[in-house]
Design a binder for this molecule. Structure first.
Ligand code: ADP
Ligand code: MG
Length: 348
């Protein structure tokens, strides 16, 4: 029998590609990071351009703060961020980003070109990146205030990932779904999304639209016309409040739409919440009918851990049982109050 193999450090490029693979599994993951960066930068307009499901081109144009030219050299380096300084800051973080990993990761598995202009700059600056590093110096160019991040040939050097991905159309569908869901909670931010070479937008949401209008443009009139407002006043003890729009009892759909759920403005999935709310609906709806749920939860930042998953799609929070209990009973109240058939039945 041969002895144990020797332990050797991985070389940096392997480490970076592995790390990138945990955050960026499909084009939609890169897009989500870029949208979050734009919102963090205070953008009110986010335009998205997609070619071949984001594998050929994924471009996000925003009108946010822009990036200081002097920061461009380390923009795509791992663990460089303008958002977090101490570990303790994490417990009060208000931005989506904090780890400084997204752009770095993308630059290890795609060709990245950044064009950016702050309002102090006289012109925009453009520079490309590969494997975390600038390719040459930033060049002056024409451009508006804000940032354009162009990602080309995603996964060009990760063959296994390329093979595992679905068709460009399916990747595009995932992108549209992500942008659409994001847009619902992003008040004051306009979104558009277009396939390269097409003149029509696949999605367009005006910055001035309210939540209901956003739901209409993403999920259609049938959903938007049967909504009731959900409001849970602040519960000081649990450090939580919630608002949203949920379908009323006239809404008839056999198709399950997974809840559009935000915790502290992060688009997340939370199976316990989904199950609990579906159960409440099950007692009101005819068998097989599925609800539509948009909820935006605000939980005191020190009670939430956003750093449990590389894609930040899962979050953990304290008092989860009590919080879910509160949400369920609030939903029950909301639905009871619109359930005229039921109140007729009980009074007759
Ligand atoms: P994080 O968001 O965790 O800080 P990223 O890799 O996503 O890490 O971004 C690194 C830094 O690049 C951000 O902290 C921010 O300063 C800057 N940045 C990225 N995208 C934009 C953008 N669209 N507008 C302005 N600054 C940006
Ligand atoms: Mg980020």
């Amino acid at each position: 029998m041969s002895g144990p193999s020797h332990i050797k450090p991985l070389n940096e490029s392997v480490v970076n590609k592995i790390a990138a693979g945990e955050i960026i599994v499909a084009p939609v993951n890169a897009l989500k990071e870029m949208i979050e960066n734009s919102i963090d930068a205070g953008a009110t307009s986010i335009e998205i351009l997609v070619k071949d499901g984001g594998l050929k081109v994924l471009q996000v144009t925003d009108n946010g703060s822009g990036i200081n030219k002097s920061d461009l050299a380390i923009l795509c380096q791992r663990f460089t961020t303008s958002k977090l300084t101490t570990f303790e800051d994490l417990s009060s973080i208000q931005t989506f980003g904090f780890r400084g990993e997204a752009l770095a990761s993308i630059s290890h598995i795609a060709r990245v070109t950044v064009t950016t202009k702050t309002k102090e700059d006289a012109c925009a600056w453009r520079v490309s990146y590969s494997a975390g590093k600038m390719l040459g110096e930033a060049k002056p160019t024409a451009g508006k205030n804000g940032t354009v991040i162009l990602v080309e040939d995603l996964f060009y050097n990760v063959n296994s990932r390329l093979r595992a991905l679905r068709s460009p159309n399916e990747e595009f569908a995932k992108i549209l779904e992500c942008v659409g869901r994001y847009s619902i909670n992003a008040a004051h931010v306009g979104f558009s999304c277009k396939k390269f070479g097409e003149s029509q937008f696949a999605l367009a949401v005006r910055a001035s639209s309210n939540a209901k209008e956003r739901i209409r443009s993403i999920f259609g009139r049938a959903v938007a016309s049967e909504l009731v407002e959900f409001k849970m006043p602040e519960n000081m003890e649990l450090g939580i409040s919630a608002h949203g729009q949920v379908s009323n009892l006239n809404f008839v759909s056999k198709k399950a739409i997974s809840p559009v759920l935000f915790i502290n403005n992060r688009l997340v999935t939370c199976d316990p919440i989904r199950r609990a709310l579906n159960q409440v609906y099950a007692s009101f709806l005819a068998k097989g009918n599925k609800p539509f749920i948009f909820l935006s939860l605000k939980i005191r930042p020190d009670l939430v851990d956003v750093n449990v998953h590389p894609t930040k799609r899962e979050v953990r929070f304290l008092h989860d049982d009590e919080i879910i209990e509160q949400l369920s009973s609030q939903l029950e109240n909301t639905l009871s109050s619109v359930d005229t058939s039921r109140s007729f039945k009980t009074t007759s």
